[in-house]
Design a protein around this ligand. Sequence first.
Ligand SMILES: Cc1ncc(C[n+]2csc(CCOP(=O)(O)OP(=O)(O)O)c2C)c(N)n1
Ligand SMILES: [Mg+2]
Length: 804
Amino acid sequence: MSDPRLPYLTELEKKVLWLATWTIHNANHIRPNTDGLKVGGHQASSASMATILTALYFAALRPQDRVAVKPHASPVYHAIQYLLGNQTREKLENFRGYKGAQSYPSRTKDVDDVDFSTGSVGLGVAQTLFSSLVQDYVKAKGWAKDWPEGRMIALVGDAEMDEGNIFEALLEGWKQGVRNTWWVIDYNRQSLDAVIREGLYARFEALFRAFGWDVVTIKYGSLQEAAFREPGGQQLKSWIDSCPNQLYSALTFQGGAAWRKRLLDDIGDQGPATRLIESRTDAELAALMSNLGGHDLPNLVSAFESIDHDRPTVFICYTVKGFGLPIAGHKDNHAGLLTPAQLDGYRAASNIRPGHEWDKFEGMKLPAEDIQAFLSKVPFAQRGRRRLSSPHLDIPAKLAVPEQPTISTQQGFGLILNEVARSTEPFADRVVTTSPDVTVSTNLGPWVNRRGLFGREAMADIFRKERIPSTFTWEFGTKGQHFELGIAEMNLFIMLSALGLSHTTFGERLLPIGTLYDPFIARGLDALNYACYQDARFIVVATPSGVTLAPEGGAHQSISTPLIGLAQDGLATFEPAFVDELSVILRWAFDYIQLDGDAAPDPRSWLRDKTGGSVYLRLSTRPLEQPKREMTDELARDIVDGGYWMRKPGPSARFVIAYTGAVAPEAIEAVGLMGEDRRDIGLLAITSADRLNAGWTAAQHARELGRTNAVSHVERLLAEVPDDCAMITVLDGHPATLAWLGAVRGHRTRALGVEHFGQTGTIQDLYRHFGIDAQAIAAAAESLAPGRPLRHLRAVSGTGRQPA
Ligand SMILES: Cc1ncc(C[n+]2csc(CCOP(=O)(O)OP(=O)(O)O)c2C)c(N)n1
Ligand SMILES: [Mg+2]
């Protein structure tokens, strides 16, 4: 019996393709909003997936399903949401314009209920897999009771499959027993540049099966299947099966007459095959040959709806890039657009009157009321906008501060988390940690010992059972609160992205913490960037960092990460030197990652703290002697705002030293070295160059807009520095991180830091080598603000400091 939805779906498919095409055409030709830059890369890619999206959104999907849409299918996605009433005509008319619908579906910038932002190919795909692990986590805890288990679905370009992070995710998914994940591959055999390799589907199939996925290949459309049943049909089928991708594409582009000639040449037999071909007009023949499975609504709907299990499933859907348009199949069509004349032809063929292009029901063969009634019953749309929320979790006013007199920030982190693990406060149950095989070496061990590893299936620690002494318990179960990942930093950040969206995806708030080695942030940087772009909320804790890891190996030294932290949107970066600072920052971070308020800056710091965001802590393995001090509210506030005076400059100060992180002892020592000859030296502790910089920028902007009394934290701090003072900045990281401090109030500045890496040695060797030890600080001070000779500097000069 024929599916009663089909007449509607057929009309909607045509409408969706029309609207997507019109959206792009409009932005190029009618209401250009792109400064003459062509809107390419959408038309053909969108047409390729229009049928698949129609089958999913108007039939197979349920509200709890979450989808990552291939970036260039964005116009189709927006068209569907427009028909469902979730997208405005105004934003479509302004596609890619200021505040218009986005080129690539965006959770944060689009209004139409995008589940995952895409754009950097491969990331959205992997995110669906990790989201389904997060769903399992949330469900295993007995949470999200009134939100049914959904499928996490990625609509994937075939060339997108080249991205390595997809393979990393597949392996991790296999380890974690991923379920409820569908990847629908748009197998149009075209990439951006050209036609892809022959026979890729066979590689895909073998690959997915190797990782335990079900593979569903949707190759032929129903027209083709019917033709195969005709006499001569099997010849046609074997011709299609052996036709090279390039040729198929080229013939698709050329159309019916070309198909006829080629098919008759190749399989014409003056018998059944010839009759099969000749019984069709050119248009019918073209329709038959482009009727691949991925453009066949009934086949797609039944393929999707027949899945009655939760095994991960990949659908390989054969499609034509540019399907239904004059640019179909052309190898250069990635950025292809219809000419105005072609558009006119397409409009007329679609029965759309000029001036009625945006009308939802224009040109449809069924009455508008019937279509509207169908749309209002679409299962996917039954719960309205699917942005969930979860209440704010209270964080205790203070977290523990380890009492060891000498300790590193990394050790401090482990101890603070150990105390969180012991806590009975509800927030502790929402903390979830994850690490790419560096759980133990980033000091998450004590936390994991107490809270356990997460696994849907319990797995005992055999060492423990056998009573073999071991520092760490390695037991998996549903109670566990740690996701152990393989060594793939892309996976780490995509996992954090998925965990950090749990409150909106599954309505259950998590407080995710990911740990890794600082240099390997670069390895997962695009995924981190996208996690921030999606507004996922998490804390990244990175150790060891800088050259301070000294003997551990030159190759693991990180130089640029402080600049990444400074520049990354949506990520507040801190580099505390002492663990009492770390405790304050971590407490603040647990709260901050939950905030979702308005964007008005705080008039004290000029930071947009109420909007919340994610947090990056750059920590160190270097044990430092801890200051003995009381943590006053004022000090805690300054630490969070980004800095405080360890020692205020006096009136006759000639210079101040500003330091960040593990070089604190060198900065302190430098003050001591010079103290006899220079009075009143100021010592500024900078816990967050990022936040000081952001507040400063915002305050300047506010003043330019007339808020003349706007003052940022760094401006207040530096107001204490006499005008003719020089400033030495120092950190174990790129010197540019703090160099801008001189611009705040015009102090002459020498920025010390690390610009090269790879040298091994002791910390002292390396600090001397790179010129960030006390001697180097003193030498820099002396050269900027010369005065009476510095006795200690002279006494130890010539110790071998050399240009790096
Ligand atoms: C990480 C990344 N690299 C490069 C691009 C540029 N780019 C956009 S689409 C595309 C090709 C996509 O081909 P495919 O996945 O087959 O999709 P189709 O265009 O065929 O629909 C490329 C290279 C990108 N968006 N992201
Ligand atoms: Mg492709």
